[in-house]
Design a protein around this ligand. Structure first.
Ligand SMILES: Cc1ncc(COP(=O)(O)O)c(C=O)c1O
Length: 381
């Protein structure tokens, strides 16, 4: 049976080159030791691998290696950023949006509830175009705002937040700017200095690296203070304890190297396939584009099909791996909270489907997907 994977926003396969490097850091013959072992050559070699990976991953986002803290992924990075910053204050205010990933929303909700009202969170709603604007941030800003946390690329719809413009709004204010860039890393050119962020969450598994490894960029400046949330051993300059997973880290690094070698080519590849997909879908009629037409990640396309039940449609597209809402919510049948925030009625929010293409998607994959969708829609409608 022909199966086509169009769920690169949920995760990507590990690139063969990445898997190869990882395998070299596991067994006795390889570079397997604990990078924190200071008393022997095995440990020093592992440390060397981890530190050169730090330089490579830092380069991917325009950071310095001293600004990279290894974590288990973007969920942990988001937790560390929000909890780690707020721990430095007795009280305070946070600005985020209602269309963030659950790793932000749940962490913010926790900070609001667990500290008896010491922290208050404003959830900005997207405008008519599905975007969070600098003006909204400016209006929500208070003298006690400690942190603004907004995503670079929305995981469901792919819309891009103008983080650079938002950082300008924050100039002269003490609030720190955190950006969840899990969906943007490896898909867009990212430079933390140009964006003006203080903290940024990234992960490897959306860019052909392994699952279970990520990083938090922490700008090196006295005013950017992050308190550790995982204690024990004082690794990562006291910001995140735990033995470093050398094989995951070198995998992340190799993935970053591959992305940097051909980012422009990948962007063009993704755009071309995504645009062909949209052109084909539009031709079927009764299809609304939920993703922004321009300010959108090159590999995302979120659409709603009128006149069909979303769950039935998804189940009928058995030969296509696509997603309704974000993968993290795929166990739930509630309409997508992101599409609801965009103003879609329950029925259309239920019928939203996220297609996401990637490095290994081919033109024939897209043509096959289009013919499958046409066949299924005709039958269901
Ligand atoms: C925007 C966004 N943030 C955070 C995460 C969580 O990342 P991880 O799977 O590395 O914990 C994801 C993954 O779906 C995401 O898309």
């Amino acid at each position: 049976m022909n199966l086509v994977y169009l769920d690169y926003a949920a995760t990507t396969p590990v690139a063969a080159e990445v898997a190869q490097v990882m395998a070299q850091h596991l067994t006795l013959e390889g570079n397997f030791a604990n990078p924190a072992s200071r008393s022997h050559r095995f440990g020093w070699q592992a440390e060397e691998a981890v530190e050169s990976a730090r330089i490579q991953v830092a380069k991917l986002i325009g950071a310095s290696n001293r600004e990279i803290v290894w974590t288990s992924g973007a969920t942990e990075s988001n937790n560390l950023a929000i909890k780690g910053v707020l721990e430095g204050f007795d009280t305070g205010h946070v600005i985020t949006s209602s269309i963030e990933h659950k790793a932000i929303l749940d962490t913010c909700a926790y900070m609001e509830s667990a500290y008896q009202g010491r922290f208050e969170v404003t959830y900005l709603e997207p405008n008519d175009e599905g975007l969070i604007t600098p003006e909204q941030v400016e209006q929500a800003l208070r003298s006690d705002t400690r942190l603004v946390s907004l995503m670079l690329v929305n995981n469901e719809i792919g819309n891009i937040t103008d983080i650079k413009a938002i950082s300008k709004v924050l100039a002269g204010h003490d609030a720190l700017l955190h950006c969840d860039a899990a969906q943007g890393t490896g898909k867009l050119a990212i430079d933390v200095v140009e964006l003006g962020v203080d903290l940024m969450s990234i992960c490897a598994h959306k860019m052909y690296g392994p699952k279970g490894i990520g990083a938090l960029y922490v700008r090196k400046a006295a005013e950017v203070k992050v308190y550790q949330q995982i204690h024990g051993g004082g690794h990562e300059r006291g910001m995140r304890s735990g033995t470093l997973a050398t094989h995951q880290i070198v995998g992340f690094s190799k993935a970053a190297e591959l992305v940097m070698a051909n980012l422009e080519g990948e962007i063009q590849h993704n755009c071309k396939l995504r645009d062909r997909l949209w052109q084909g879908l539009e031709g079927l009629g009764g299809v609304a584009r939920n993703s922004h037409a321009i300010q959108c990640s090159p590999n995302h396309l979120n659409v709603s099909f009128a006149g069909v039940d979303g769950e039935i449609l998804l189940a009928s597209l058995a030969q296509l791996a696509v997603s309704s809402g974000s993968a993290c919510n795929s166990a739930s049948v509630a309409p997508s909270y992101v599409l609801k925030a965009l103003g879609l009625a329950d029925e259309l929010a239920h019928a939203g489907i996220r297609f996401s293409v990637g490095r290994y998607t081919t033109e024939s994959d897209i043509e096959f997907a289009l013919s499958e969708i046409e066949r299924v829609l005709t039958a269901l409608r």
